[in-house]
Ligand binder design. Structure first.
Ligand SMILES: C[S@@+](CC[C@H](N)C(=O)[O-])C[C@H]1O[C@@H](n2cnc3c(N)ncnc32)[C@H](O)[C@@H]1O
Length: 336
């Protein structure tokens, strides 16, 4: 199939707003394109790493048209105001490219979009992905590896709940090291944490995060007013689940947040550590804006992903357990 590369006007092309292109082609090149031909549209020259993003069909044989004959209608068919400030601006740009030729006009229709360009998640998905849509991605793999490949300054919030079985603080250590690099300035890290190791976890954050300007903010709590657990050996009736909150650099004030939120005990229908969606909704909403990227490197049943979807935040959730990733992806697809 023949190829045409679109660089500046890709967005208009993918939106179906570009139906013509002017090219300073030779007669020989133009003769290779005929009405009805299917053509691969590239986002840049494939020799420079361009990718095929759409298929277009020519609606006319290419024909020459002098720049002085371009009308407003022609200008809009080129993608118009999406790229140039006015028709004069457009003609000026063409004149700069013009080396004394009269350009060919290639008119076409969009047949099929292959891959929308600049999908926000493309930069994240070096790891195996189970789900990748506009609302978020589910990545499989060890968060140690996956986070180390993440682009810096890309997320507004880490909201997570690391595994700490057998007293391993590895997850917290990883958060302390990677979150300050991956968060944008003013971004927030909120992590559930076990009472028993709070002291040690704080030290981990101070040691690794502090050096990267991860600043302690507050202790939030989920409050289990019903169904609280009793730790008989310790003699404590546990009604709180702590959430540690840090900011990267200066705290960005978004208004009041309650530091204790009553939540109902969660039935573990999806995952043995599944958490209450309402609690996640509350804190994610108050620390992000619509469209922000929220990362949960220890996804489990994907509570963070489902909260983000409801709140129109974009999620990047990771889990080392293949079954978790499959289940989250299946549930996301079912829900959409
Ligand atoms: C406590 S659960 C998260 C539960 C989750 N908040 C929910 O609502 O379902 C922790 C998850 O971290 C995952 N995990 C443990 N170590 C990991 C690692 N190194 N990389 C990625 N995921 C990991 C486990 O498979 C588990 O699903």
């Amino acid at each position: 199939m023949k190829i045409m590369s679109f660089v500046m006007t890709v967005e208009a092309l993918l939106q179906g707003k570009k139906r013509a292109s002017r090219r300073f082609w030779s007669d020989k090149t133009a003769a290779q394109f005929k009405k009805g031909d299917l053509v691969q549209a590239f986002n840049k020259n494939p020799r420079n790493g361009g990718e095929c993003i759409a298929i277009i069909r020519l609606t006319k044989n290419p024909f020459r048209q002098h720049l002085d004959e371009i009308t407003e209608k022609d200008f809009h068919a080129e993608g118009g105001l999406l790229h140039w400030s006015s028709i004069n601006d457009f003609i000026f740009a063409l004149k700069k490219m013009n080396k004394g030729f009269v350009p060919f006009v290639i008119e076409f229709e969009l047949v099929h979009v292959l891959k929308p360009l600049n999908l926000w998640w493309q930069k994240f998905w070096k790891a195996a992905h189970y789900y990748a849509e506009d609302d978020g991605i589910v990545l499989g793999g060890d968060a140690r590896q996956v986070l180390s490949e993440f682009p810096a300054e890309s997320a507004a919030l880490f909201f997570t709940d690391p595994d700490y079985s057998e007293g391993s603080l590895l997850g917290f250590w990883l958060l302390a090291k990677q979150a300050p690099r991956i968060l944008k300035q003013g971004g927030v890290l909120i992590t559930e944490a076990p009472h028993k190791y709070l002291n040690a976890i704080q030290e981990v954050f101070q040691l690794h995060g502090g050096a990267q300007d991860l600043r302690w903010r507050w202790l939030y709590n989920f409050l289990f007013l019903e169904g609280a657990q009793r730790r008989l050996r310790m003699g404590i009736h546990v009604i709180t689940k702590p959430l540690l909150c840090y900011s990267k650099g200066k705290w960005k004030n978004r208004g009041f947040v309650k530091d204790g939120l009553p939540v109902k005990p969660q039935k573990k229908v999806k995952h043995k550590w599944q958490k209450n969606l309402d609690g996640y909704l509350y804190f994610i909403e108050r620390h992000t804006d619509e469209g922000d990227i929220v990362i949960d490197p220890f996804a489990g049943s994907g509570t963070t992903a489902f909260a983000c979807r409801q709140l129109k935040r974009r999620f990047v959730v990771i889990d080392i357990d293949d079954q978790c990733c499959r289940q989250i992806s299946e549930d996301l697809r079912k829900e959409s």
